[in-house]
Design a protein around this ligand. Sequence first.
Ligand SMILES: [Zn+2]
Length: 257
Amino acid sequence: MRISGCLASLAILVAVPLTPSAAVPAVVPTVDRAGPTVRVDDDALIGREVIGYSVRGRPIVAWHLGRPGKPTALLVSTMHGNERDTRLIMYALKQGPPIHELDLWIIPNYNPDGYAAGTRRNAHGVDLNRNFPYRWVDLDGSYESGPAPASEPETKAVMAFLDRIRPRRIVSFHQPLYGVDRNPKRPGFSSKLSRYLRLPLKDFVCSGVCHGTMTGWFNHRYAGTAVTVEYDENPSHHRMTEAAPWQIIRALDGWRG
Ligand SMILES: [Zn+2]
């Protein structure tokens, strides 16, 4: 618990009404008024909301960090419930120093049922990264794409959320392919992520064409850019909690402190 950091968070909350009026509606409803659920060491947190529910009724939570009115970015972790280590980056960001020059949202656990069960897929056995309604095809096995495009409640929740916040950048964290996907829409952003996160540039071609992925759907539909980042199977605790949180904020042109 750091008193100075706590006060810094309060300062942000107090400052919200002073920001341009256009930014206020996006922020005020998201501020968590429950009190006890906001830990005093969540220095970077300015809001928290439930964007939807999983098949089993678990909440899918989004944290709001950074500065409303600045370029919007979204970080996503644990879309596959057995790829859990990058959640540590998200917690380190939330509990670390305030974030500047960036309006940052985080979905720390996209697939809470898969996370609870330790499985890649959701409680319907669907790979949520094959369920989006862009180039969706009927896939089976570990890439089970569901009975129809956007059939899953997790997919619907995230689609509605993305349509609302319209991020300029999305980074979707996975494991264990160890690299940054070479994004043809904005190759410079992929290169920048590769340099800052110290991961190699790769082509994640999904055994051919990527069908029904979140990044594919978003890149097709919106002006912003979504990129997949994969760490290895067992990234070090130091890398997840100390190095990567700073690196990703710098790669998004923000800073912490
Ligand atoms: Zn994955």
